[in-house]
Design a binder for this molecule. Sequence first.
Ligand code: CMC
Length: 430
Amino acid sequence: MPGDTITVKDNRSGKTAELPLLDGTAGAATVDIGPLAAQLGYLSLDPGFVSTASCKSAITYIDGDAGILLHRGYPIEQLAEHSTFPEVAYLLMHGELPTSHQLYSFNADIQRHWMIHEALRSFFSGFHYDAHPMAMMVGVVGSLSAFYHSELNIALEDHRRKSAVQLLAKMPTIAAACYRHSVGMPFVYPRTDLNYCENFLNMMFSIPGQPYYVDPVFVRALNLLFILHADHEQNASTSTVRVASSTGANPYACIAAGIAALWGPAHGGANEAVLAMLAEIGDIKRIPEYLDRAKDKNDPFRLMGFGHRVYKNFDPRATLIRKACHQVLEKLAHPDPLFELALALEEIALKDDYFIERKLYPNVDFYSGIIYRALSIPTNMFTVMFAIARTAGWVSHWLEMKADPAQKIARPRQLYVGSPPRDYVPLKQR
Ligand code: CMC
């Protein structure tokens, strides 16, 4: 209720502070800890932001206990069944589902921007063929800022919206160029007669001079994966984008910062790590050995694709992806042994007390790589695929925070545990 507070008593001084309780439209009430510093002179400590809301946001809602994920109020299951990735991107960015005219113009806008500057193409030649595609993505997306810096005024909403669309449009083109560079194939220009996912598959796999058939089953699967990865409220990479852009930095550089954060195996890099782990396990008989390793606190090995900071029951995205895996793999002439292995691993882990007690379930990354594999996307491109999709979320959060009059530079404090003040010791006396 408005006006509700929590009273905090300081047992050292006997003083109290009244902390306002804030209610969102759903989810746990949030304590405004501002008065802690103002009235008592204290800071709060929360490593990893386990119980800290870093901002107010109207984009995405997660109920981790119930396995609910809503974008602008719409359940992920309904978006996955009925929508397309560009439509979900529009929803995230604008707050409402588009009319058919709005969706048409949005797609046309994306198509207008999905070519990259010819000079940007030459950046790729500086990378060795075996550079990790995520390393190329960080560098090339960051260097977009060199092309669009002087004409961009982020104080103007229409400039911000144009940058957001440019990012959404250019990510698949840059991603496909990373792949083509790594295999020594010529870059393929985007085609405006194809939709977002068809165009990406064409830029990835078509061979100059030969017709390329874009399989509709693969297009549907890619749309689904992009929708499921589009946004996930204040995750590590989105928070990185928000922190970087709170300084007023160039948006292309801020998205490059988000890509860097996504790359880590605890975040988006997990989809690549899952495939490496499944390949290493290799056989259903070896699953118990790897489960023992995951449970051993002296072993750094973790079951990749398992566990989530927020979901403590199931990840609704994993449920949808598991189902899609069955549909896509049915199209293949031979079953994928890694999918069989993944299903067995999930079944065995979910019966294990260690995983039950800690509420560790497969997350979005556990099965996504299996579908990417079926689409012939190489393993080191999996996190790049995540980055293409998450750009929709990153730019939406950027647009939201830039329009928020309460937005401030992100500047956390710390609990200092270093040396007390001491005098400089001249070099010869040390
Ligand atoms: N394998 C084995 N043990 C695990 C795992 C795992 N995958 N995940 C968590 N645990 C254990 C952890 O050791 C701890 O045990 P204890 O209480 O005995 O110390 C307990 O479960 C709680 O884990 P935590 O590390 O405190 O949880 P967190 O919220 O800080 O970390 C996580 C969440 C996703 C980083 C972690 O579960 C993890 O590293 N998972 C594997 C990597 C992965 O799949 N990441 C993708 C996340 S979903 C997509 C995305 O966000 O990008």
